[in-house]
Design a protein around this ligand. Structure first.
Ligand SMILES: Cc1cc2nc3c(=O)[nH]c(=O)nc-3n(C[C@H](O)[C@H](O)[C@H](O)COP(=O)(O)O)c2cc1C
Length: 186
């Protein structure tokens, strides 16, 4: 596949399964992530890897944060939060570590571009990922539990594995839908 086909064919699977990418591939995909454009070279991107039994501890942390956000959450909701952590062999938490020197939004853009590099590198190598945020990404308990500074941002919980099942195709925009021509003279 050429690069445009790799980009266009990336889709989130409905289900992720084992096997996980090898350590070498994961490391190569994270290195690819780190080549994202970066204004002022502030290096605002960090990845926290959660594998194996650490996913269970992550599930406990997610459950604890859900209970704090929603004290009336029932046992089913708490259990679902714990099992969600096991839906992929690897979770990579992508973090924008905000530094002085460039607008915060630009550092978030760098982190977002890094995540996209990561997901495309995995897809181009035959693996798949889910990009998730939701309330846990903005939750102080989750940040603290993962050792993330309150001023920094979780830009995604990236669930990584092999494709178990694909969902229905989503319609994507064409260039005609998103491009307009500008000229000063019109
Ligand atoms: C910043 C960000 C956060 C996201 N968070 C969620 C999420 O919490 N739940 C979810 O179902 N999808 C989430 N997604 C994934 C999008 O829903 C998904 O990319 C979109 O439906 C398009 O599907 P595709 O990636 O297969 O093209 C997120 C994507 C981005 C960029």
């Amino acid at each position: 596949m050429d690069v445009i086909d790799i980009i266009k064919t990336r889709r989130e699977p409905a289900k992720l399964v084992e096997p996980a990418p090898s350590d070498a591939l994961l490391s190569a995909a994270i290195t690819a992530a780190a080549s994202a454009p970066d204004h002022k070279m502030l290096r605002p991107c960090r990845f926290v890897k959660i594998e194996g039994d650490a996913r269970k501890e992550f599930g406990e942390l997610m459950a604890k944060s859900l209970k704090a956000r929603q004290p009336d959450a029932d046992a089913t909701m708490i259990e679902r939060e714990k099992t969600k952590a096991l839906r992929a062999p690897i979770i990579v938490v992508a973090v924008a570590t905000i530094k002085p020197g460039a607008p915060e939004v630009e550092q978030l853009l760098t982190a977002g571009a890094a995540v996209q590099n990561f997901t495309l590198a995995l897809h181009g190598s035959g693996f798949a990922s889910l990009w998730r945020t939701g309330a846990p990404a903005y939750d102080a308990i989750v940040k603290q539990g993962l050792g993330i500074d309150p001023k920094d941002h979780i830009v995604g919980f990236i669930y990584v594995g092999s494709i178990g099942a694909m969902g229905p195709e989503k319609k994507r925009q064409t260039d005609q839908e998103i491009v307009s021509n500008w000229s000063h003279a019109h």
